[in-house]
Write a protein that binds this ligand. Structure first.
Ligand code: NAD
Length: 479
Protein backbone atom coordinates (compact mmCIF):
# COMPACT_ATOMS: atom_id res chain seq x y z
CA UNK A 1 0.00 0.00 0.00
CA UNK A 2 1.40 3.37 -1.05
CA UNK A 3 1.19 6.06 1.64
CA UNK A 4 1.28 9.62 0.34
CA UNK A 5 -0.17 11.90 2.94
CA UNK A 6 1.81 15.11 2.41
CA UNK A 7 1.12 18.12 0.23
CA UNK A 8 3.59 20.14 -1.83
CA UNK A 9 3.40 23.75 -0.65
CA UNK A 10 5.95 26.53 -1.05
CA UNK A 11 8.60 24.20 -2.44
CA UNK A 12 8.33 21.57 0.30
CA UNK A 13 6.43 18.40 1.09
CA UNK A 14 4.49 19.28 4.22
CA UNK A 15 2.12 17.44 6.53
CA UNK A 16 -1.49 18.59 6.16
CA UNK A 17 -2.76 21.05 8.76
CA UNK A 18 -6.03 19.20 9.11
CA UNK A 19 -6.96 16.27 6.90
CA UNK A 20 -8.82 13.00 6.55
CA UNK A 21 -7.27 9.82 5.21
CA UNK A 22 -8.70 8.60 1.93
CA UNK A 23 -8.10 5.20 0.36
CA UNK A 24 -7.48 5.05 -3.36
CA UNK A 25 -9.08 1.95 -4.86
CA UNK A 26 -7.47 0.04 -7.73
CA UNK A 27 -10.38 -0.43 -10.18
CA UNK A 28 -8.80 -3.58 -11.64
CA UNK A 29 -8.97 -5.41 -8.30
CA UNK A 30 -11.29 -3.34 -6.10
CA UNK A 31 -8.48 -3.41 -3.50
CA UNK A 32 -7.11 -0.27 -1.84
CA UNK A 33 -3.77 0.62 -3.46
CA UNK A 34 -2.88 3.84 -1.66
CA UNK A 35 -3.83 6.17 1.11
CA UNK A 36 -3.73 9.93 0.69
CA UNK A 37 -4.94 12.92 2.70
CA UNK A 38 -7.94 15.00 1.82
CA UNK A 39 -7.03 18.50 2.90
CA UNK A 40 -9.06 21.15 4.65
CA UNK A 41 -9.75 24.85 4.17
CA UNK A 42 -6.59 25.59 6.17
CA UNK A 43 -4.48 23.51 3.77
CA UNK A 44 -6.01 25.22 0.74
CA UNK A 45 -5.38 28.61 2.39
CA UNK A 46 -1.72 27.75 3.02
CA UNK A 47 -1.23 26.84 -0.63
CA UNK A 48 -2.99 30.01 -1.82
CA UNK A 49 -0.81 32.13 0.49
CA UNK A 50 2.34 30.51 -0.95
CA UNK A 51 1.14 31.10 -4.52
CA UNK A 52 0.22 34.71 -3.73
CA UNK A 53 3.62 35.43 -2.18
CA UNK A 54 5.44 33.93 -5.17
CA UNK A 55 3.40 35.80 -7.78
CA UNK A 56 5.30 39.12 -8.10
CA UNK A 57 8.64 37.37 -8.50
CA UNK A 58 7.31 34.87 -11.02
CA UNK A 59 5.53 37.52 -13.09
CA UNK A 60 8.75 39.54 -13.19
CA UNK A 61 10.77 36.53 -14.35
CA UNK A 62 11.56 36.96 -18.07
CA UNK A 63 9.37 34.72 -20.19
CA UNK A 64 12.47 33.08 -21.70
CA UNK A 65 13.41 31.85 -18.21
CA UNK A 66 9.92 30.57 -17.58
CA UNK A 67 10.02 28.68 -20.88
CA UNK A 68 13.45 27.26 -19.97
CA UNK A 69 12.01 25.83 -16.75
CA UNK A 70 9.18 24.19 -18.68
CA UNK A 71 11.82 22.72 -21.01
CA UNK A 72 13.59 21.31 -17.95
CA UNK A 73 10.26 19.95 -16.73
CA UNK A 74 9.70 18.20 -20.06
CA UNK A 75 13.13 16.57 -19.85
CA UNK A 76 12.41 15.21 -16.36
CA UNK A 77 8.88 14.24 -17.38
CA UNK A 78 10.32 12.01 -20.10
CA UNK A 79 12.70 10.37 -17.58
CA UNK A 80 9.89 9.64 -15.12
CA UNK A 81 7.37 8.42 -17.71
CA UNK A 82 7.20 4.91 -16.26
CA UNK A 83 6.37 6.19 -12.76
CA UNK A 84 3.63 8.36 -14.19
CA UNK A 85 2.22 5.48 -16.25
CA UNK A 86 2.21 3.08 -13.29
CA UNK A 87 0.53 5.58 -10.99
CA UNK A 88 -2.23 6.38 -13.50
CA UNK A 89 -2.79 2.74 -14.37
CA UNK A 90 -3.18 1.55 -10.79
CA UNK A 91 -5.51 4.36 -9.69
CA UNK A 92 -7.75 4.99 -12.69
CA UNK A 93 -7.44 1.73 -14.61
CA UNK A 94 -5.77 2.70 -17.90
CA UNK A 95 -4.13 -0.50 -19.24
CA UNK A 96 -0.41 -0.10 -18.61
CA UNK A 97 0.68 -0.04 -22.26
CA UNK A 98 -1.99 2.53 -23.07
CA UNK A 99 -0.98 4.55 -20.01
CA UNK A 100 2.64 4.55 -21.21
CA UNK A 101 1.84 5.55 -24.77
CA UNK A 102 -1.32 7.66 -24.71
CA UNK A 103 -1.72 8.91 -21.15
CA UNK A 104 1.94 9.81 -20.60
CA UNK A 105 2.37 10.75 -24.26
CA UNK A 106 -0.39 13.36 -24.07
CA UNK A 107 1.52 15.25 -21.38
CA UNK A 108 4.84 15.46 -23.22
CA UNK A 109 2.97 16.44 -26.41
CA UNK A 110 1.32 19.39 -24.64
CA UNK A 111 4.48 20.59 -22.91
CA UNK A 112 6.39 20.53 -26.22
CA UNK A 113 3.62 22.45 -27.95
CA UNK A 114 3.54 25.11 -25.24
CA UNK A 115 7.29 25.60 -25.52
CA UNK A 116 7.13 25.93 -29.31
CA UNK A 117 4.12 28.27 -29.22
CA UNK A 118 5.58 30.50 -26.52
CA UNK A 119 8.87 30.92 -28.36
CA UNK A 120 7.00 32.35 -31.33
CA UNK A 121 4.54 34.50 -29.39
CA UNK A 122 5.04 38.23 -28.79
CA UNK A 123 4.04 38.80 -25.19
CA UNK A 124 4.68 42.53 -25.56
CA UNK A 125 4.16 44.28 -28.90
CA UNK A 126 2.82 47.39 -30.64
CA UNK A 127 -0.89 47.43 -31.49
CA UNK A 128 0.04 47.60 -35.18
CA UNK A 129 2.23 49.54 -37.60
CA UNK A 130 -0.12 52.50 -37.65
CA UNK A 131 -0.14 52.86 -33.85
CA UNK A 132 3.38 51.97 -32.65
CA UNK A 133 2.87 53.96 -29.44
CA UNK A 134 -0.05 51.80 -28.42
CA UNK A 135 1.40 48.80 -26.66
CA UNK A 136 -0.29 45.43 -26.09
CA UNK A 137 1.12 43.59 -23.10
CA UNK A 138 0.09 40.07 -22.16
CA UNK A 139 0.52 39.42 -18.48
CA UNK A 140 -0.40 36.68 -16.02
CA UNK A 141 -3.92 36.58 -14.63
CA UNK A 142 -2.39 35.91 -11.21
CA UNK A 143 -2.94 33.04 -8.77
CA UNK A 144 -4.63 30.15 -10.58
CA UNK A 145 -6.45 27.20 -9.03
CA UNK A 146 -6.20 24.16 -11.29
CA UNK A 147 -8.86 21.52 -10.65
CA UNK A 148 -8.51 18.34 -12.70
CA UNK A 149 -10.41 15.07 -13.29
CA UNK A 150 -9.15 11.50 -13.29
CA UNK A 151 -9.77 10.29 -16.83
CA UNK A 152 -6.72 11.71 -18.65
CA UNK A 153 -4.77 12.92 -15.63
CA UNK A 154 -1.44 13.92 -17.21
CA UNK A 155 -3.18 15.36 -20.22
CA UNK A 156 -5.15 17.77 -18.05
CA UNK A 157 -2.41 18.54 -15.54
CA UNK A 158 0.16 19.43 -18.21
CA UNK A 159 -2.40 21.45 -20.18
CA UNK A 160 -2.95 23.62 -17.14
CA UNK A 161 0.44 23.69 -15.42
CA UNK A 162 2.49 24.16 -18.62
CA UNK A 163 0.33 27.05 -19.80
CA UNK A 164 0.04 28.72 -16.40
CA UNK A 165 3.80 28.52 -15.82
CA UNK A 166 4.68 30.11 -19.15
CA UNK A 167 2.02 32.80 -18.71
CA UNK A 168 3.55 33.76 -15.34
CA UNK A 169 0.73 32.54 -13.09
CA UNK A 170 1.45 30.87 -9.79
CA UNK A 171 -0.79 27.93 -9.06
CA UNK A 172 -2.45 25.47 -6.77
CA UNK A 173 -3.23 22.10 -8.30
CA UNK A 174 -6.07 20.07 -6.82
CA UNK A 175 -6.06 16.80 -8.71
CA UNK A 176 -8.92 14.36 -8.65
CA UNK A 177 -9.09 12.30 -5.48
CA UNK A 178 -9.55 9.29 -7.81
CA UNK A 179 -6.11 9.67 -9.43
CA UNK A 180 -3.90 11.58 -6.98
CA UNK A 181 -0.73 9.50 -7.29
CA UNK A 182 0.32 10.67 -10.74
CA UNK A 183 -0.21 14.28 -9.64
CA UNK A 184 2.15 13.70 -6.72
CA UNK A 185 4.80 12.29 -9.06
CA UNK A 186 4.21 15.38 -11.19
CA UNK A 187 4.84 17.62 -8.15
CA UNK A 188 8.18 15.83 -7.70
CA UNK A 189 9.01 16.74 -11.30
CA UNK A 190 8.13 20.40 -10.70
CA UNK A 191 10.39 20.34 -7.65
CA UNK A 192 13.24 18.70 -9.54
CA UNK A 193 12.89 21.14 -12.45
CA UNK A 194 13.69 23.96 -10.02
CA UNK A 195 10.62 26.17 -10.22
CA UNK A 196 10.89 28.91 -7.55
CA UNK A 197 9.15 28.18 -4.24
CA UNK A 198 5.44 28.80 -4.26
CA UNK A 199 5.04 28.89 -8.05
CA UNK A 200 3.50 25.41 -8.03
CA UNK A 201 1.62 23.95 -5.07
CA UNK A 202 -0.35 20.75 -4.73
CA UNK A 203 -3.12 20.06 -2.25
CA UNK A 204 -5.13 16.86 -2.38
CA UNK A 205 -8.76 17.07 -1.50
CA UNK A 206 -12.29 16.48 -2.67
CA UNK A 207 -14.52 18.83 -4.60
CA UNK A 208 -16.72 19.82 -1.70
CA UNK A 209 -13.73 20.60 0.52
CA UNK A 210 -10.56 21.93 -1.11
CA UNK A 211 -12.25 22.42 -4.51
CA UNK A 212 -14.92 24.69 -3.05
CA UNK A 213 -12.42 26.58 -0.90
CA UNK A 214 -10.23 27.32 -3.92
CA UNK A 215 -13.03 28.37 -6.25
CA UNK A 216 -14.41 30.82 -3.69
CA UNK A 217 -11.06 32.08 -2.39
CA UNK A 218 -10.59 35.88 -2.58
CA UNK A 219 -6.86 35.50 -3.34
CA UNK A 220 -7.41 33.14 -6.26
CA UNK A 221 -7.68 35.14 -9.49
CA UNK A 222 -8.69 32.33 -11.77
CA UNK A 223 -9.99 28.77 -11.75
CA UNK A 224 -9.12 26.48 -14.61
CA UNK A 225 -11.39 23.49 -14.29
CA UNK A 226 -11.80 20.26 -16.20
CA UNK A 227 -14.51 17.86 -15.15
CA UNK A 228 -18.23 17.36 -15.15
CA UNK A 229 -20.74 19.99 -16.19
CA UNK A 230 -22.34 19.59 -12.76
CA UNK A 231 -19.14 20.63 -10.97
CA UNK A 232 -18.44 23.35 -13.56
CA UNK A 233 -21.75 25.00 -12.70
CA UNK A 234 -21.09 24.71 -8.94
CA UNK A 235 -17.63 26.24 -9.38
CA UNK A 236 -18.97 29.11 -11.51
CA UNK A 237 -21.58 29.97 -8.90
CA UNK A 238 -19.09 29.81 -6.06
CA UNK A 239 -16.55 31.89 -7.98
CA UNK A 240 -19.08 34.58 -8.91
CA UNK A 241 -18.84 36.36 -5.56
CA UNK A 242 -15.15 37.15 -6.15
CA UNK A 243 -15.59 37.68 -9.92
CA UNK A 244 -12.60 35.54 -10.68
CA UNK A 245 -12.07 34.19 -14.17
CA UNK A 246 -13.44 30.68 -14.61
CA UNK A 247 -12.30 28.54 -17.51
CA UNK A 248 -14.24 25.35 -17.97
CA UNK A 249 -13.62 22.13 -19.91
CA UNK A 250 -16.69 20.00 -19.31
CA UNK A 251 -18.62 17.02 -20.59
CA UNK A 252 -19.50 16.00 -24.12
CA UNK A 253 -21.85 13.93 -26.26
CA UNK A 254 -20.03 13.98 -29.60
CA UNK A 255 -21.73 12.99 -32.84
CA UNK A 256 -19.79 10.99 -35.40
CA UNK A 257 -21.64 11.56 -38.68
CA UNK A 258 -20.95 8.72 -41.09
CA UNK A 259 -22.20 9.48 -44.60
CA UNK A 260 -22.80 6.73 -47.16
CA UNK A 261 -19.59 7.76 -48.98
CA UNK A 262 -17.40 7.43 -45.87
CA UNK A 263 -14.13 5.55 -46.24
CA UNK A 264 -14.38 1.84 -45.52
CA UNK A 265 -12.62 2.04 -42.14
CA UNK A 266 -14.84 4.83 -40.77
CA UNK A 267 -17.21 2.66 -38.71
CA UNK A 268 -14.47 0.50 -37.21
CA UNK A 269 -12.45 3.62 -36.39
CA UNK A 270 -15.48 5.20 -34.71
CA UNK A 271 -16.15 2.15 -32.52
CA UNK A 272 -12.52 1.84 -31.43
CA UNK A 273 -12.31 5.55 -30.73
CA UNK A 274 -15.42 5.31 -28.56
CA UNK A 275 -14.01 2.40 -26.56
CA UNK A 276 -10.54 3.92 -26.07
CA UNK A 277 -9.83 4.67 -22.39
CA UNK A 278 -12.91 2.54 -21.63
CA UNK A 279 -15.13 5.26 -23.05
CA UNK A 280 -13.99 7.75 -20.41
CA UNK A 281 -13.17 10.67 -22.66
CA UNK A 282 -15.06 13.94 -22.80
CA UNK A 283 -14.56 14.02 -26.57
CA UNK A 284 -15.67 10.40 -27.17
CA UNK A 285 -17.73 9.98 -30.37
CA UNK A 286 -20.58 8.45 -28.39
CA UNK A 287 -23.36 8.98 -30.94
CA UNK A 288 -22.67 7.39 -34.31
CA UNK A 289 -25.07 8.85 -36.88
CA UNK A 290 -25.15 6.62 -39.95
CA UNK A 291 -26.76 7.41 -43.30
CA UNK A 292 -29.52 5.00 -44.25
CA UNK A 293 -27.81 3.52 -47.35
CA UNK A 294 -25.01 1.96 -45.28
CA UNK A 295 -26.87 1.65 -41.96
CA UNK A 296 -27.35 -2.14 -41.81
CA UNK A 297 -23.78 -2.77 -42.88
CA UNK A 298 -22.47 -0.28 -40.32
CA UNK A 299 -24.46 -1.92 -37.53
CA UNK A 300 -22.99 -5.30 -38.46
CA UNK A 301 -19.43 -3.95 -38.50
CA UNK A 302 -19.89 -2.11 -35.20
CA UNK A 303 -21.21 -5.24 -33.47
CA UNK A 304 -18.32 -7.29 -34.77
CA UNK A 305 -15.64 -4.75 -33.83
CA UNK A 306 -17.03 -4.25 -30.31
CA UNK A 307 -17.39 -7.97 -29.65
CA UNK A 308 -13.73 -8.53 -30.54
CA UNK A 309 -12.45 -6.02 -27.97
CA UNK A 310 -10.89 -7.86 -25.05
CA UNK A 311 -11.33 -6.68 -21.49
CA UNK A 312 -8.57 -7.26 -18.95
CA UNK A 313 -6.78 -5.86 -15.92
CA UNK A 314 -4.97 -2.57 -16.29
CA UNK A 315 -1.90 -4.31 -14.88
CA UNK A 316 -1.67 -6.65 -17.87
CA UNK A 317 0.39 -5.59 -20.83
CA UNK A 318 -1.31 -5.60 -24.22
CA UNK A 319 -3.94 -3.86 -26.23
CA UNK A 320 -7.13 -4.41 -24.26
CA UNK A 321 -9.78 -2.37 -22.51
CA UNK A 322 -9.40 -1.83 -18.77
CA UNK A 323 -12.02 -1.24 -16.08
CA UNK A 324 -13.86 2.03 -15.49
CA UNK A 325 -12.60 4.17 -12.66
CA UNK A 326 -14.82 3.29 -9.71
CA UNK A 327 -17.97 1.65 -8.40
CA UNK A 328 -20.08 4.78 -8.76
CA UNK A 329 -19.23 5.07 -12.44
CA UNK A 330 -19.75 1.34 -12.95
CA UNK A 331 -23.21 1.53 -11.44
CA UNK A 332 -24.11 4.67 -13.39
CA UNK A 333 -23.07 3.00 -16.66
CA UNK A 334 -24.99 -0.18 -15.82
CA UNK A 335 -28.08 1.92 -15.12
CA UNK A 336 -27.78 3.67 -18.48
CA UNK A 337 -27.27 0.38 -20.36
CA UNK A 338 -30.45 -0.92 -18.74
CA UNK A 339 -32.22 2.31 -19.63
CA UNK A 340 -31.19 1.86 -23.27
CA UNK A 341 -32.79 -1.60 -23.27
CA UNK A 342 -35.90 -0.39 -21.44
CA UNK A 343 -36.41 2.53 -23.80
CA UNK A 344 -36.31 0.23 -26.83
CA UNK A 345 -32.82 0.57 -28.33
CA UNK A 346 -31.49 -2.60 -30.01
CA UNK A 347 -28.55 -4.11 -28.10
CA UNK A 348 -26.07 -5.47 -30.67
CA UNK A 349 -22.95 -5.96 -28.52
CA UNK A 350 -22.18 -6.18 -24.81
CA UNK A 351 -24.93 -5.38 -22.34
CA UNK A 352 -25.40 -5.24 -18.58
CA UNK A 353 -23.23 -6.99 -15.99
CA UNK A 354 -19.58 -7.94 -15.70
CA UNK A 355 -17.90 -9.42 -18.78
CA UNK A 356 -17.48 -13.19 -18.78
CA UNK A 357 -14.77 -14.58 -16.47
CA UNK A 358 -14.87 -11.59 -14.10
CA UNK A 359 -16.32 -11.58 -10.63
CA UNK A 360 -14.71 -8.39 -9.41
CA UNK A 361 -13.15 -5.21 -10.76
CA UNK A 362 -15.10 -2.39 -12.36
CA UNK A 363 -15.23 -3.95 -15.82
CA UNK A 364 -17.89 -3.15 -18.39
CA UNK A 365 -18.69 -5.03 -21.59
CA UNK A 366 -17.98 -2.98 -24.73
CA UNK A 367 -21.58 -2.17 -25.55
CA UNK A 368 -23.27 -0.99 -28.74
CA UNK A 369 -26.90 -0.04 -29.26
CA UNK A 370 -28.48 0.37 -32.71
CA UNK A 371 -31.79 2.06 -33.62
CA UNK A 372 -31.24 4.73 -30.99
CA UNK A 373 -33.54 7.72 -31.36
CA UNK A 374 -32.73 11.29 -30.32
CA UNK A 375 -35.19 11.31 -27.43
CA UNK A 376 -33.64 8.26 -25.68
CA UNK A 377 -31.63 8.81 -22.52
CA UNK A 378 -28.57 7.10 -24.00
CA UNK A 379 -28.63 9.59 -26.88
CA UNK A 380 -28.78 12.57 -24.54
CA UNK A 381 -26.73 11.85 -21.42
CA UNK A 382 -22.96 11.61 -21.23
CA UNK A 383 -22.45 7.95 -20.22
CA UNK A 384 -18.67 8.12 -19.74
CA UNK A 385 -18.23 4.42 -20.33
CA UNK A 386 -17.78 2.04 -23.28
CA UNK A 387 -21.27 2.44 -24.69
CA UNK A 388 -21.95 3.51 -28.28
CA UNK A 389 -25.35 4.63 -29.60
CA UNK A 390 -25.97 4.20 -33.34
CA UNK A 391 -28.66 6.37 -34.95
CA UNK A 392 -29.98 6.44 -38.52
CA UNK A 393 -30.37 9.53 -40.72
CA UNK A 394 -31.44 10.17 -44.31
CA UNK A 395 -30.21 13.63 -45.31
CA UNK A 396 -27.39 15.99 -44.45
CA UNK A 397 -29.90 18.43 -42.92
CA UNK A 398 -31.26 15.72 -40.67
CA UNK A 399 -27.75 14.71 -39.60
CA UNK A 400 -26.93 18.31 -38.68
CA UNK A 401 -30.15 18.64 -36.71
CA UNK A 402 -29.50 15.45 -34.72
CA UNK A 403 -25.82 16.22 -34.16
CA UNK A 404 -26.60 19.70 -32.82
CA UNK A 405 -29.55 18.53 -30.74
CA UNK A 406 -27.56 18.24 -27.52
CA UNK A 407 -26.72 20.52 -24.65
CA UNK A 408 -23.04 19.72 -25.19
CA UNK A 409 -20.68 21.06 -27.85
CA UNK A 410 -17.19 19.62 -27.49
CA UNK A 411 -16.12 17.52 -30.48
CA UNK A 412 -18.07 16.32 -33.50
CA UNK A 413 -16.74 14.01 -36.18
CA UNK A 414 -17.53 13.79 -39.89
CA UNK A 415 -16.83 10.88 -42.24
CA UNK A 416 -17.32 11.61 -45.93
CA UNK A 417 -15.20 11.64 -49.05
CA UNK A 418 -17.02 14.66 -50.43
CA UNK A 419 -14.79 17.63 -49.52
CA UNK A 420 -17.50 20.27 -50.05
CA UNK A 421 -19.87 18.44 -47.72
CA UNK A 422 -17.14 17.92 -45.13
CA UNK A 423 -16.43 21.65 -45.08
CA UNK A 424 -20.13 22.55 -44.92
CA UNK A 425 -20.51 20.25 -41.93
CA UNK A 426 -17.45 21.72 -40.21
CA UNK A 427 -19.04 25.17 -40.39
CA UNK A 428 -22.47 24.29 -39.02
CA UNK A 429 -21.70 21.79 -36.29
CA UNK A 430 -21.95 23.56 -32.95
CA UNK A 431 -18.83 22.32 -31.19
CA UNK A 432 -15.42 23.65 -30.27
CA UNK A 433 -13.78 20.97 -32.40
CA UNK A 434 -14.69 19.10 -35.59
CA UNK A 435 -12.49 16.21 -36.66
CA UNK A 436 -12.90 14.83 -40.14
CA UNK A 437 -12.09 11.43 -41.64
CA UNK A 438 -10.02 10.26 -38.69
CA UNK A 439 -7.59 13.17 -38.83
CA UNK A 440 -6.72 14.24 -35.27
CA UNK A 441 -6.05 17.86 -34.30
CA UNK A 442 -2.49 18.93 -34.98
CA UNK A 443 0.08 20.18 -32.49
CA UNK A 444 -0.98 23.46 -30.93
CA UNK A 445 -4.64 23.32 -32.04
CA UNK A 446 -7.03 24.54 -29.31
CA UNK A 447 -9.04 22.05 -27.25
CA UNK A 448 -12.33 23.22 -25.80
CA UNK A 449 -16.07 23.38 -26.17
CA UNK A 450 -19.22 25.40 -26.60
CA UNK A 451 -22.55 25.28 -24.75
CA UNK A 452 -22.47 23.00 -21.68
CA UNK A 453 -19.07 21.66 -22.72
CA UNK A 454 -17.48 24.82 -21.34
CA UNK A 455 -15.69 27.95 -22.43
CA UNK A 456 -11.94 27.35 -22.13
CA UNK A 457 -9.45 26.73 -24.91
CA UNK A 458 -6.46 24.65 -23.93
CA UNK A 459 -3.21 23.68 -25.72
CA UNK A 460 -0.72 25.67 -27.77
CA UNK A 461 -0.84 29.44 -27.70
CA UNK A 462 -4.60 29.37 -27.06
CA UNK A 463 -3.97 27.59 -23.76
CA UNK A 464 -1.33 30.10 -22.69
CA UNK A 465 -3.63 33.01 -23.62
CA UNK A 466 -6.28 31.56 -21.29
CA UNK A 467 -3.95 32.32 -18.37
CA UNK A 468 -3.19 35.89 -19.44
CA UNK A 469 -4.76 39.32 -19.23
CA UNK A 470 -4.39 41.64 -22.20
CA UNK A 471 -3.26 45.12 -21.23
CA UNK A 472 -3.52 48.09 -23.63
CA UNK A 473 -1.04 50.90 -23.00
CA UNK A 474 -1.23 54.18 -24.91
CA UNK A 475 1.49 56.82 -25.14
CA UNK A 476 4.21 54.19 -24.99
CA UNK A 477 7.71 55.58 -25.43
CA UNK A 478 9.78 53.43 -27.77
CA UNK A 479 13.04 52.53 -25.99
P1 NAD B 1 -15.90 15.77 -11.52
O1 NAD B 1 -16.52 17.03 -11.97
O2 NAD B 1 -16.63 14.92 -10.58
O3 NAD B 1 -14.49 16.08 -10.83
C1 NAD B 1 -13.48 16.81 -11.48
C2 NAD B 1 -12.66 17.54 -10.45
O4 NAD B 1 -13.48 18.54 -9.84
C3 NAD B 1 -12.14 16.69 -9.30
O5 NAD B 1 -10.87 17.16 -8.94
C4 NAD B 1 -13.16 16.94 -8.20
O6 NAD B 1 -12.64 16.75 -6.92
C5 NAD B 1 -13.49 18.40 -8.44
N1 NAD B 1 -14.80 18.84 -8.00
C6 NAD B 1 -15.97 18.14 -7.97
N2 NAD B 1 -16.97 18.90 -7.50
C7 NAD B 1 -16.43 20.14 -7.23
C8 NAD B 1 -16.94 21.34 -6.70
N3 NAD B 1 -18.23 21.47 -6.37
N4 NAD B 1 -16.11 22.40 -6.55
C9 NAD B 1 -14.81 22.29 -6.90
N5 NAD B 1 -14.25 21.15 -7.38
C10 NAD B 1 -15.06 20.09 -7.56
O7 NAD B 1 -15.52 15.01 -12.85
P2 NAD B 1 -14.79 13.62 -13.03
O8 NAD B 1 -15.78 12.55 -12.75
O9 NAD B 1 -13.50 13.62 -12.28
O10 NAD B 1 -14.41 13.65 -14.59
C11 NAD B 1 -15.28 13.27 -15.56
C12 NAD B 1 -15.90 14.47 -16.25
O11 NAD B 1 -14.90 15.32 -16.76
C13 NAD B 1 -16.74 14.08 -17.45
O12 NAD B 1 -17.95 14.80 -17.45
C14 NAD B 1 -15.89 14.51 -18.63
O13 NAD B 1 -16.60 14.77 -19.80
C15 NAD B 1 -15.21 15.71 -18.09
N6 NAD B 1 -13.99 16.00 -18.85
C16 NAD B 1 -13.95 17.08 -19.67
C17 NAD B 1 -12.82 17.34 -20.42
C18 NAD B 1 -12.75 18.51 -21.34
O14 NAD B 1 -11.64 18.94 -21.65
N7 NAD B 1 -13.84 19.08 -21.80
C19 NAD B 1 -11.73 16.51 -20.31
C20 NAD B 1 -11.81 15.41 -19.47
C21 NAD B 1 -12.94 15.17 -18.73
Amino acid sequence: MIEKRNFYINGEWVAPIEARDCEVIDPSTEEPCAVISLGSDADADAAVAAAKAALPGWMATPVAERIALVEKLLEIYMERGEDLAQSMSIAMGAPIDMARSQQVGAGSFHLKNFINAAKKFQFDRPLDEKYPNDRIIYEAVGVAALITPWNWPMNQITLKVGAAAIAGCTMILKPSEESPLDAMVFAELMDAAGFPKGVFNLVNGDGIGVGTRLSGHPDVDMVSFTGSTRAGIAISKNAAETLKKVHLELGGKGANVVFADADEKAVKRGVLHMMNNTGQSCNAPSRMLVQSGIYDQAVEIAAEVASKITVASAHDEGNHMGPVVNKTQWEKIQGLIQKGIDEGARLIAGGPGLPENFNKGFYVKPTVFADVTPDMTIAREEIFGPVLSIMKFETEEEAIAIANDTEYGLTNYVQTQDPARANRMARVLRSGMVEMNGKPRSAGAPFGGMKKSGNGREAGIFGIEDFMEIKAVSGWTPE
